[in-house]
Design a protein around this ligand. Structure first.
Ligand code: COA
Length: 325
């Protein structure tokens, strides 16, 4: 039976580190408020690099770590909600920068669950025999879509990219189970860059268009705490695994309080969750991929370990994956 394994990972963040104290100089906030409510201390904010630049750097590292060359990649999937432009896609820009001439390429939009959705698609493409070596990237420059005069959202987000190469394999390892889900009826709780119909023929005058991220924090918190627990439980149930056999849960890095709550509900210590939110903030599509790559680099996960990746966010969407490293 053909399945897919993670052959290599990579990540890249802009080198401009912005601390909570830095933010307190440009808006009415403070380190105590941000740290205690979110667990975030720093985030990386791009000065000039756009999403495709971050995606390219992360992708390049993942290909090298997979011991491949760009020409080996036959599909590139980029998950992003902050593309350089609507067209061409970030994945096509990355294909060009990498010289991955044998790859087809498309973007996925599922916000903070996007990396999970993209890995699920890549895995399905490999299982059905359509592709062999798929580069999956989560990349965001959220700083260009943050309303810097809204302190309740501006302090939460950061820029970055993470990537993984999925490769066809005949052993019963790698991606063992994936679930994705959406609750579109709650989409209004987390929105960005409205694009209404405006033309010489429409009645819309284009006033009051929402360009930036807007969020009902309490509703999103309610959703996130519910689905992170449900998704992990479903993965365990469907695969007959015990949580004790899971080396790490690598969650979307949105808020420490969400993880604290989930750990309590799942009856595990917080240390079961791999966290780096302190250094990067919420990087949406990129966060799970950056954390996965960091966990590899720090030897926190090793061959044979079972790891659950779990994401939740805009859409509203969520998803989880069980992978044997
Ligand atoms: N610095 C200082 N004070 C701030 C602030 C900031 N950056 N942002 C908001 N405040 C103030 C508010 O104005 C409010 O003041 P008031 O009581 O005088 O009106 C107070 O802090 C409390 O605001 P509130 O929104 O009730 O805070 P909260 O405890 O709900 O925490 C979030 C806000 C955003 C941290 C929380 O709702 C959350 O984590 N939501 C989930 C967000 C998330 O993870 N989204 C991404 C999912 S993918």
């Amino acid at each position: 039976m053909r399945n897919s394994i993670i052959a290599g990972t990579g990540s890249y963040v802009p080198d401009n580190i912005v601390s909570n104290d830095d933010l307190s100089k440009i808006m009415d906030t403070n380190d105590e408020w941000i740290s205690s409510r979110t667990g975030i201390k720093n985030r990386c904010i791009s000065i000039e690099e756009n999403t495709s630049d971050l995606a390219y750097e992360a992708g390049l590292k993942a290909i090298k770590n997979a011991r491949m060359i760009a020409e080996d990649i036959d599909l590139i999937i980029v998950s992003t909600i902050t593309p350089d432009m609507q067209m061409p896609s970030v994945s096509c820009m990355v294909q060009k920068k990498l010289g991955a001439v044998n790859a087809s390429a498309f973007d996925v939009s599922a916000a903070c669950s996007g990396f999970i959705y993209a890995v699920d698609i890549a895995d399905s493409m490999i299982r059905c025999g359509r592709h062999n070596n798929v580069l999956v990237i989560g990349a965001e420059v959220l700083s260009k879509s943050v309303n810097w005069s809204d302190r309740s959202t501006a302090v939460l987000f950061g820029d970055g990219a993470g990537a993984a190469v999925l490769k066809a394999d005949d052993n019963k390892k790698g991606i063992l189970y994936a679930l994705t889900a959406a609750e579109g009826d709650k989409g209004q709780y987390l929105e960005m860059e409205e694009k209404p119909v405006i033309s010489p023929f429409s009645n819309n005058k284009g006033t009051n268009i929402n360009k930036f991220i807007t969020m009902d924090g309490k509703q999103v918190l309610r959703f996130s705490t519910r689905v992170i627990v449900d998704a992990v439980k479903e993965v365990l149930e469907k695969t007959d695994e015990s949580i004790d056999d899971i080396a790490y849960i690598i969650p979307h890095q949105a808020n420490y309080r969400i993880i604290d709550y989930a750990a309590h509900k799942l009856n595990v210590d917080c240390s079961k969750f791999y966290l780096n939110i302190r250094d990067y903030g919420n990087t949406s599509s990129a966060s799970i991929a950056i954390a996965l790559d960091e966990a590899f680099r720090k030897n926190k996960v090793k061959k044979g370990d079972k790891v659950i990746l779990v994401g939740f966010g805009g859409g509203l969407t969520y998803g989880a994956i069980l992978v044997e490293i």
